[in-house]
Design a protein around this ligand. Structure first.
Ligand code: 5AD
Ligand code: SF4
Length: 452
């Protein structure tokens, strides 16, 4: 590739999960520390980072169409094409293929190597094409500039990655290959990062991990801590009003964490606990270490600890070999739980995963039909959950302005999107009465501001 001048502006586009959003923010800080600024809205950036997702085929294909569009837009504008870096899980899984298929890409960087982006950038400016998909022993977290650097403020809600990687090896999933083995960040680093986020304006922190409830650490006296211990330490931090965590695995849902839901006020009454299927035969073929019944029993204990908890899940329809009767078991599980919200996906065969080699791959139209039926059930329950909240008063953390004049948006403790009209600033906590339920949001009456 020809030599270029060092980039002055960047744009980062993150796809997929919240961990990618977090990584995107850390990359932004890293580039900021190099004196590279975010490109102003509507202007071309000198460097574009596509922070990609590999979890389903459609997500992965987006990378190539995005690269094509970036190059085409630059040509149309008559300018030089920007430097393009592909980061994230597609970079990790398909680095070589990207380099072969997309000559306009000059950097490919995996999710565990992006702290090395500045060195890669220097080489790319010299005309090299560079790939780094190592999973180095030194963690990127130690090498990154301190959280919040290069930026004056963060929003009222912030993500904090506490754990990465996965050792569960569900047979359909690429995560154990793209993100590597389960690693927990030390508690001292997490408390320090949380303190910086709170100083910069965060009032709610969502702890992130592919298996966040597998987080382990040690307290000041060297005693083992689980996620419940981390939650309790964070809850003691003044200025922090709310704690959430995602995504959890049923196998790591300890009684101590369940108990924390009943005991720690700042821990919000919301649990995202993917189940994937309601059929034990399918769950076993997926290498999930739980049955439909053991999952339901965990939820019973969670509800005993925190009766008003809002439950959320992930589902895959059309896993290889899934019969109509097995899919009906999934619908029955949904009926039994009464979720507040859910994510549901058509099974996507991912290269290198055991399920991609299994017999009985399901026809797309069967998957479409099952997904539609599942989503109907989920939407029904989501609306019912929202309707059941009407008349409740609760706190809402104001996150942003709404589309209508004077309208403000935020989240209820149960993660419902709430909108209301009235005097309130972003970052304030207000008390509202939930008044009008839609499938995806709730209209509320502002009652009062809650003192910080
Ligand atoms: N196909 C469809 N959905 C998948 N998920 C993970 N891998 C696949 C796949 N190959 C879903 C699971 C998981 C969520 C993050 O994505 O439901 O919980
Ligand atoms: Fe993937 Fe299963 Fe690990 Fe979740 S628990 S990241 S679905 S392998």
């Amino acid at each position: 590739m020809p030599k270029t001048t060092p980039p002055r502006t960047y744009r980062i586009k993150s796809f997929g999960c919240q961990m990618n959003v977090y990584d995107g923010e850390r990359m932004a800080e890293l580039l900021g520390a190099q004196g590279i600024a975010p490109a102003p809205d509507g202007e071309e950036a000198d460097l574009v980072v596509l922070n990609t997702c590999h979890i389903r085929e459609k997500a992965a294909e987006k990378v190539y169409s995005d690269i094509g569009r970036i190059v085409k837009d630059a040509r149309r504008e008559g300018g030089a094409a920007p430097l393009i870096a592909v980061a994230g899980c597609v970079a990790q899984a398909e680095g070589e293929e990207i380099m072969a298929r997309a000559p306009s890409v000059s950097m490919v960087v995996g999710p565990q190597a992006y702290h090395r982006l500045p060195e890669m950038l220097a080489r790319a400016v010299d005309g090299d094409r560079v790939t780094d998909t190592d999973m180095p022993a030194e963690t990127k977290f130690d090498a990154l500039p301190p959280r919040g650097s290069g930026r004056r403020k963060v929003g009222p809600t912030a993500f904090l990655t506490v754990q990465e990687g996965c050792d569960k090896f569900c047979t359909y999933c690429v995560v154990p290959y793209t993100r590597g083995a389960e690693v927990s960040r030390p508690i001292t680093d997490l408390i320090a990062e949380a303190a910086r986020l709170i100083d910069a304006g965060a009032r709610e922190i969502t702890l992130l991990g592919q298996n966040v409830n597998a987080w382990t650490g040690k307290d000041g006296r060297g005693r083992a801590l689980g996620l419940d211990g981390l939650v309790r330490e964070l809850a003691a931090m003044p200025g922090l009003a709310r704690i959430r965590y995602t995504t959890s695995h049923p196998a790591d849902m300890t009684q101590a964490l369940i108990a924390a839901h009943g005991e720690v006020d700042k821990l919000m009454p919301f649990l995202h606990l993917p189940v994937q299927s309601g059929s034990d035969r399918v769950l076993s073929a997926m290498n999930r270490s739980h049955t439909a019944d053991s999952y339901l029993r965990i939820l019973e204990r969670v509800r005993a600890a925190r009766p008003d908890i809002a439950l959320s899940g992930d589902f895959i329809v059309g896993f290889p070999g899934e019969t109509d009767a097995e899919f009906d078991e999934t619908l029955r599980l949904v009926d039994a739980v009464g979720y507040a919200q859910c994510f549901s996906f058509k099974y996507s065969a991912r290269p290198g995963t055991p399920a991609a080699q299994m017999d009985g791959q399901i026809a797309p139209e069967v998957m479409d039909e099952r997904l539609a039926r599942l989503q109907q059930a989920i939407n029904r329950d989501q609306l019912a959950f929202n309707e059941a909240s009407l008349g409740k008063t609760c706190e809402v953390l104001v996150e942003r302005e709404g589309r209508h004049q004077g309208q403000m948006l935020g989240k209820s403790p149960w993660l419902q999107s709430v909108h209301f009209s009235g005097e309130a600033q972003i970052g304030e906590m207000v008390r509202v009465e939930l008044a009008e339920a839609g499938p995806n949001s709730i209209g509320a009456r502002l009652l009062e501001k809650v003192a910080a």
